[in-house]
Write a protein that binds this ligand. Sequence first.
Ligand SMILES: [Zn+2]
Length: 296
Amino acid sequence: MATATPWGLAEKETWFKQQPIRRSYLKDVVTKIERLKMSYDVVQYGTLSLNPSHYPLFLVKTKNFNPKKKTIVITGGVHGYETSGVHGAIAFMEREALKYADKFNIICAPCISPWAYETINRWNPKAIDPNRSFTSDSPAEECELFLKAMQPYTNNVYAHFDLHETTDTDNTIFRPAKALRDGKPEDPWSEIPDGFYLVGDSANPRPEFQKAIIQSVKKVTHIAPADEHGHIIGEKLEQEGVVNYPVKKLFLCTGFSNAEYTTTTEVYPDSPKVTAENCVDAQVAAITGGLDFLSQ
Ligand SMILES: [Zn+2]
């Protein structure tokens, strides 16, 4: 196959201009974060330079941070289009986090990439995938600002839950767009799996922790089955509903700290068997399942 030319700045700018705003971060997300101020410390850690008044970025933290307690990090909206990641992170803080606050310090960044939330995109405005960009000197402002805000905690994270979705549009829109951007064809993926799964760290897989999360999510929604090759999204299944990636090598969000336990949740929102509420509930069940395991 002939090699195509990767996008330059002009093509990325053209792509950016083709992305309409489709929902409101301030209305859908920030209003909910504001309400959390009743129970938590809510701090703004930056804003997107694209439109500073429109895209304030927040951390929500349990009050009375205590260095003697272990610190838990929850991130949503690294991929802004993955709706239940954003609303699941907020729902966990609304419904469950205070129950764990005696035991843990909890820090939640509910929506790391808010322009992508509004435009229902995987990439940021510069056509960068934030979830390949958690590096020092990150080209993605969304990652750079988050990493800077997390600096005081980075060496003391005990567990990190990064909330995502795997959607039908990954195959129909985002992977084809990536092939165009990079000027090279994407490896063919199998079908998008119908059900929930987790991505652990192949360098620190923590199978019992992942298993406890799957058991908790199972009470809320169905778990993705392996395909005929024993894979999910082209990766070997390690146990029911769990694949592993080298998260630090790929500069994924869960690789940002040296947390003892990490997981990336992948909810499938396009299943005929689920609703938007059910997807949010699955994200919450994933976090509580993991925290209950860590509380034993
Ligand atoms: Zn994602």
